[in-house]
Design a protein around this ligand. Sequence first.
Ligand code: NAD
Length: 305
Amino acid sequence: MARIGFIGLGNMGGPMAANLLKAGHAVRGYDRSDAALTAFRDAGGAVAGSASEAASEAEVLITMLPAGAHVREVWLHQGGLIEAAAASGTKPLLIDCSTIDVASARAVAEAAEAAGLAMLDAPVSGGTVGAAAGTLTFMVGGTEAGFARAEPVLRGMGKTIVLAGGPGAGQAAKICNNMMLAITMIGVSEGFLLAQRLGLDWDKLWAITSTATAQSWALSSYCPAPGVVPTAPSNRDYAPGFMAALMLKDVNLSQAAAEATGTPTPLGAHAAALYRQLVEAGEGARDFSVIFRWLDGQARAPAGG
Ligand code: NAD
């Protein structure tokens, strides 16, 4: 069992760190939010007073933070985690599970390598339900040697663990996944909205489409129409889950990557525009499936418009 430092104990990091505790690891956690620290302590974790304190004596260091700016701040900032990890003498393995831009992931991995430490980008899929159940999918970028060290630890939090390629490859896989998810969630929302206005019962629609060709995770496990899938955020006033503001971040990352590579992604661009409108409407802190309710309140654009 390993000594693990875990920074970022929010909607995802909190249950992930709790599963590491359940797997028998010694986990010391840090978050700048007191509420997150209290929940981690209640789950049996040891609380640190700073990120670098969580790093001391750790054999593995994990971050689960909102975006690239937070990841760079925590790992690279003066007195940051790479400096603390390099000074600790334990030569910990560094793993960032946040969803961030490929450039930030590679910059942090390079700084780690320069300090003589192995670093992996290991973003996840599966949402807060998968985080709580320990069934996440990890998409890992880094070396095979780093992956071999990480796998037993990641097994405590996930079911499917894939080495996608070198540094940044995990993030590349993740932004492609989330671009597809954003498009799919909007598609499912449109289908359920149209069904309602055609007088169809949502439960019947779900029973048919979840085993038909429209089947998807957004439909089967996370239905945005309330009352259909009991565990979905749509049944708790769209409390996250996965915040719409974070989905906008991810779909914007996909569009920056598409721009940089000259890739045609017209539906990705449209999804980004719709999520931007949703966030501008003040729904950023709700689950990203709230796009369904927001769409319900929109007027149809005139034909040809
Ligand atoms: P969250 O906002 O609930 O959690 C992030 C945590 O990081 C917060 O508790 C915040 O206080 C903490 N934090 C921020 N800056 C910090 C700092 N400098 N030092 C210490 N703590 C700091 O977000 P989340 O939903 O847990 O998402 C985390 C990451 O996982 C994001 O990159 C997101 O895109 C990704 N992700 C989320 C989901 C999901 O369903 N929520 C699914 C897959 C991936």
